[in-house]
Write a protein that binds this ligand. Sequence first.
Ligand SMILES: Cc1cc2nc3c(=O)[nH]c(=O)nc-3n(C[C@H](O)[C@H](O)[C@H](O)COP(=O)(O)OP(=O)(O)OC[C@H]3O[C@@H](n4cnc5c(N)ncnc54)[C@H](O)[C@@H]3O)c2cc1C
Length: 396
Amino acid sequence: MTTSAERTRVAIVGAGPAGLLLSHLLAASGIESVVVDQRSREEIENTIRAGILEQGTVDLLAATGASTRVLTDGHRHDGIELRFAGEGHRIDFPSLTGRSVWLYPQHEVLRDLVATRLADGQDLRFGVTVDHVADATSDRPRIVGTDDEGRPFEIEADFVVGADGSRSVVRAAVTGSSTGGYFREYPFAWFGILCEAPPSSEELIYSNSPNGFALISQRSATVQRMYFQCDPEADPHALDEEAIWAELQSRVPGTTLQEGRIFQRDVLRFRSFVAHELRRGRLALIGDAAHTVPPTGAKGMNLAVADVVLLHRALTALLDDRDERPLEAFAEVALRRIWKAQHFSWWMTSMLHVAPDASDFDRRRQEGELRSVVESEAGRTYLAEAYTGWPFETRL
Ligand SMILES: Cc1cc2nc3c(=O)[nH]c(=O)nc-3n(C[C@H](O)[C@H](O)[C@H](O)COP(=O)(O)OP(=O)(O)OC[C@H]3O[C@@H](n4cnc5c(N)ncnc54)[C@H](O)[C@@H]3O)c2cc1C
């Protein structure tokens, strides 16, 4: 079989939020790119994942025309509730930081981005699997794989971006191995459900209870997303609906949950990961390919957007002005935010979950930690600043 060989300026592997948004910003700067993804458009647009967008993410999506629906169909949330020892404590974001977050599901962001990119004539290819990066150390790297009909293909580019998620194949070309990075696994996971019910609360409730953690989240007037802490090996189909509601309800004393038909359930394992390198020559990693965080801090997709802002700046300097300096600074600057987000995600996770081996001392210390946050303006402000998102860094 002959291999089709093509050329572009930026070859982007992965049509998740990171890859699609980068192609959108590059196009606005007049830089051509090709985006390839192994999944179908339908699959990408229907995978339920993150739901909370930082203020900066929303501002960027709206200002660049990537998504205008976020402002009309998304819901602004001005706070969250931390619940522990039987009491709820609201963290009010605007009064602490002047910022808010938005509830707008990731698959809606992807629908908007795919529609915008295709309407703009973006070369966006579904069902195309990249196997590896060839000539990775040259200034003409190539992505190599098979297209949607199983035929071999290659695309040569001035720059290759790995936006291909946590199982990145581009990572091996950047770090020298597919797993090369700092890694931490947690002894618990989230049992997540989507159900047909009205909201049980207007804002998200993060609850630390003797039975374990629960998150009461929303999706729309008729669909809700809720999670409870479970064993990472739990089988999502082992519990019947009655048992799931009993687990959830036992962890949010003081709130009567609105129950309804459960139409999706999954177990989401918790991992923290940062790749040892984010860039090598004419290759870079962004989004989950570069790092993953446990979902407690709602940072995953937002961190991908922050990477995109920086890499867009570095690539325009490189490809328009032949200025390599911003690219040289990219990894160091990106890592400052990544490690802050890693810390925040780890902190929220360890503060709110009950470790399987927690002693009485650990439980009481945890309550002391939660009180230190909610009873102090400095504590509430740190949480609010991190949750609503630090300003994007654009100087490189
Ligand atoms: C089940 C799940 C639930 C989550 N829930 C939350 C949450 O509640 N809150 C939160 O903040 N974050 C959550 N996250 C994390 C968040 O969704 C991610 O941080 C976000 O999707 C990162 O975007 P990305 O573009 O970097 O990667 P992805 O969205 O993973 O996109 C990567 C794309 O690359 C494609 N790809 C991979 N390999 C190849 C290849 N070899 N060739 C071609 N294409 C390839 C994939 O098909 C995929 O479309 C969740 C993640 C998962 C997996």
